[in-house]
Ligand binder design. Structure first.
Ligand code: AMP
Length: 217
């Protein structure tokens, strides 16, 4: 059983790196932001509660976030383990989690703010099929059009200059300090996230001392 948290500023590649680890080691990938986005898209009651907060790039209340994480883990579908992406984001969430669950490591993806801005402002998403693109290194063949389904690409509602500035401020204010807390427990593996997807993935696996995945032998 392998249980990890992955922490990093927006655009640091948490989603991509978690998905690769999850596929290789059969971990359940829990992306807290995606759970909330699903609720917004499906117009659920919870979605209505969080829509504005998310669009402004602010954090959702801890009670709600903790409930979502607890409910997801209570499904116990993680026979080989899990990787949680986008949580914890402040001290209270970290303390809640450490009191209730044990973990094997915290992957910290480190990326300077300038590079975050460059990457995030170039992100585009297909609202129809969910495929994502990046205008710097993963452009669609036809500008603004999804290569999979032909739908017009959009920006995520919180990938604007203003919302990004707010998310960076919140990250440095609230999330940076919890890394110190987790570091004291010797859980944290800091990885330079400015390199290619493959290099970052290799580095994560080295630092976590993961064996080659069965599916890749
Ligand atoms: P993300 O996709 O991880 O950037 O999350 C998108 C948005 O979802 C954030 O800007 C918050 O509004 C909300 N969110 C996701 N995870 C958390 C969390 N752990 N605590 C509070 N809000 C969160």
């Amino acid at each position: 059983m392998r249980k990890y948290l992955i922490i990093g500023v927006q655009g640091s590649g948490k989603g991509t790196q978690s998905a690769l680890l999850a596929r290789a080691y059969e971990l359940v990938h829990i992306n807290v932001g995606d759970i909330f986005r699903w609720h917004v898209q499906q117009h659920t009651k919870l979605g209505a509660l969080v829509r504005r907060t998310m669009a402004a790039g602010e954090l959702i209340g801890d009670d709600l976030v903790e409930k979502v994480v607890r409910d997801r883990l209570d499904q116990h579908d993680w026979n080989y383990g899990f990787i949680i992406d986008g949580f914890p984001r402040n001290r209270r969430q970290a303390e809640f989690f450490l009191e209730s669950y044990d973990i094997d490591g915290v992957i910290h993806l480190d990326l300077p703010d300038d590079e975050v801005r460059r990457r995030v402002l170039a992100r585009r998403l297909c609202p129809n099929c969910g495929m994502d693109y990046n205008l710097i290194y993963d452009r669609p063949a036809e500008e603004g059009i999804c290569e999979v389904c032909g739908h017009q690409l959009v920006r995520r509602a919180d990938d604007t200059e203003e919302a990004l500035a707010e998310r960076l401020r919140t990250y440095h204010d609230k999330t940076d300090p919890i890394l110190d807390l987790l570091r004291r427990k010797e859980y944290v593996f800091t990885i330079d996230a400015s390199r290619s997807v493959e290099e970052v993935q290799t580095s994560i696996r080295d630092r976590l001392a993961l064996p080659p995945a069965d599916s890749e032998r």
